[in-house]
Design a protein. Structure first.
Length: 152
C-alpha cells in the first residue's frame, strides 16, 4: 500500500483538481461495469474535457511551466503527456476498448504528475516559486454535469 503523498500548500489547488480527474476515471469504470452505452460515456468525457480538463492543462502549463528555468525532461514530459491526453479526448470514439484506454491514460497521467512531477517540484520550490504559485494558482471549482449521471 502506498503512503498518501503530502503536497506543498502552493500545489494543493492542482492536486485537488487532480482528484476530480481521477473521479472521471472512476466514473468511466463504473459506466463500463454497468454496461452503459459507450456514447453516453463519450458525451460526458467530451463535456469534462472542454469544461474542466483542458483549462486545467492550460493552467498547469502556464504556472508549472514557469517554474522551470529551461526545458527539462520533466517539463517536456508534462507537455507531451498533456498533448497525448488532449488528442485522445479530441478524437473520442464510442467503443469500449477506446474508452478503457482513455481511462488508463488519464489515471496514468495524473499519477505521473502527483508522484513524479509534483514530488520533484516541491522538493525544489524556492520562496519566489511559492509566492508565484500562491498568487497565480487558483483552484477551479468543479460543477458536475447532471444531465446524464451514468455512473450511479
Amino acid at each position: 500500500m502506498q503512503r498518501p503523498l503530502r503536497r506543498h500548500p502552493a500545489l494543493q489547488p492542482l492536486s485537488r483538481e487532480h482528484h476530480q480527474i481521477l473521479l472521471l476515471g472512476f466514473k468511466i469504470r463504473q459506466g463500463l461495469k454497468h454496461k452503459v452505452a459507450p456514447q453516453r460515456i463519450v458525451n460526458y468525457c467530451s463535456w469534462f474535457f472542454h469544461s474542466y480538463l483542458n483549462p486545467h492543462f492550460e493552467k498547469e502549463e502556464k504556472c508549472i511551466g514557469s517554474l522551470f528555468d529551461k526545458e527539462t525532461q520533466l517539463s517536456s514530459e508534462l507537455k507531451s503527456s498533456h498533448q497525448n491526453v488532449a488528442k485522445k479526448f479530441q478524437n473520442l470514439i464510442p467503443e469500449i476498448s477506446y474508452i478503457k484506454s482513455l481511462e488508463r491514460l488519464i489515471v496514468s497521467h495524473i499519477r505521473f504528475e502527483e508522484r513524479v512531477l509534483f514530488e520533484h517540484l516541491q522538493s525544489h520550490l524556492t520562496t519566489e516559486d511559492i509566492t508565484y504559485l500562491e498568487l497565480h494558482l487558483k483552484e477551479k471549482t468543479f460543477k458536475e454535469n447532471y444531465e446524464d449521471v451514468f455512473w450511479k
